[in-house]
Design a protein around this ligand. Structure first.
Ligand SMILES: NC(=O)C1=CN([C@@H]2O[C@H](COP(=O)(O)OP(=O)(O)OC[C@H]3O[C@@H](n4cnc5c(N)ncnc54)[C@H](OP(=O)(O)O)[C@@H]3O)[C@@H](O)[C@H]2O)C=CC1
Ligand SMILES: O=C(O)C1=N[C@H](C(=O)O)C[C@H](O)C1
Length: 248
């Protein structure tokens, strides 16, 4: 699939470029960066420190390249993503969005857009995190009346949003599994260059259960993002999630 990557210089963008370049099913046709960056016009591979050229260039206006693409992969920033969403709808392009921190109104707009294009939203594209979500459902069904549930999430000091998108989704998953609004506290830590960590603690009397995921870097998310892009090939308009991609 001809792929446009938003923010190829970003922490996620670099890994998406790496995986998209190496996956047979994807071909990078352009990168899109904010206006004024000194790397506009350079090869996406150079910008993402890939160590190889891709033959695709970074531009500062999605509209200049959007017709070349079949899928847009976007892990950037909430304002940028809302603009990308509008372009994706206008040009009827498949859209993978992994940006977090959206308001409820923005989430509604994303859901609305999925009536017109194939759209996959995933706050976390790690396979292991999504297996962890399954484990949470099982634990909650049995223990919901006996434990206090706390989520501790840690990220690097530059992360813009708190709580993380993943921890908010985990809280929703827990409440859906409990079939009631059980209290779930989220504790956010932002420090140094900690790379994504999510721990769910079930505190009982005389014992506790903890389920934890640590990402050492963004490799797992980058691969997952590209798997989401491949998944959208040939899909009809609709709202897809990572659960559709990871068969369990
Ligand atoms: N779903 C998942 O699994 C994951 C989601 N995320 C989410 O992805 C997002 C990005 O995270 P991260 O990579 O750490 O952040 P970074 O700040 O490292 O990267 C963001 C990138 O977006 C680019 N950007 C900003 N505005 C625009 C614009 N208007 N047009 C084009 N590009 C733009 C930036 O360009 P420049 O570098 O030039 O400033 C930067 O390269 C966050 O919302 C984060 O929470 C992160 C990891 C995993
Ligand atoms: O490092 C980040 O930023 C990440 N953001 C996502 C989130 O907010 O949940 C996913 C992952 O935790 C990394």
């Amino acid at each position: 699939m001809k792929t446009i990557i938003i923010g190829p210089r970003g922490k996620m963008g670099k890994y998406i470029v790496k995986w998209a370049h190496h996956m047979e099913e994807l071909e990078i046709v352009a990168g899109v960066a904010p206006k004024g960056r000194d790397y506009i016009g350079k090869d996406v591979g150079e910008v993402a420190l890939l160590g190889e050229m891709t033959g695709a260039l970074v531009v500062d206006d999605l509209e200049d390249v959007i017709e070349k693409g079949e899928v847009i992969i976007d892990f950037s920033d909430r304002d940028a993503s809302m603009e990308v969403l509008e372009q994706a709808v206008k040009y009827k392009k498949a859209y993978v969005c992994g940006t977090t921190g959206f308001s409820e109104e923005e989430k509604d707009r994303i859901a609305e857009a999925s009536k017109e294009i194939p759209l996959l939203y995933a706050a976390n594209t790690s396979k292991m995190v999504n297996i962890m979500n399954r484990l949470l459902e099982s634990v909650v069904k049995v223990l919901k009346d006996e434990v206090d549930i706390e989520i501790i999430e840690m990220h690097d000091r530059l992360k813009k949003d708190a709580p993380s998108g993943t921890s908010k989704e985990m809280r929703e998953i827990i409440q859906e599994a409990a079939q009631e609004e059980v209290p779930v506290e989220i504790h956010s830590v932002r420090a140094g260059n900690i790379s994504s960590s999510h721990r769910v603690l079930f505190g009982g009397i005389g014992e506790r259960l903890e389920i934890t995921h640590h990402a050492y870097d963004f490799e797992c998310f980058g691969k997952g993002a590209c798997d989401c892009g491949v998944f959208l090939k040939g899909k009809k308009a609709g709202f897809y999630t990572i659960k559709d991609v990871i068969a369990m």
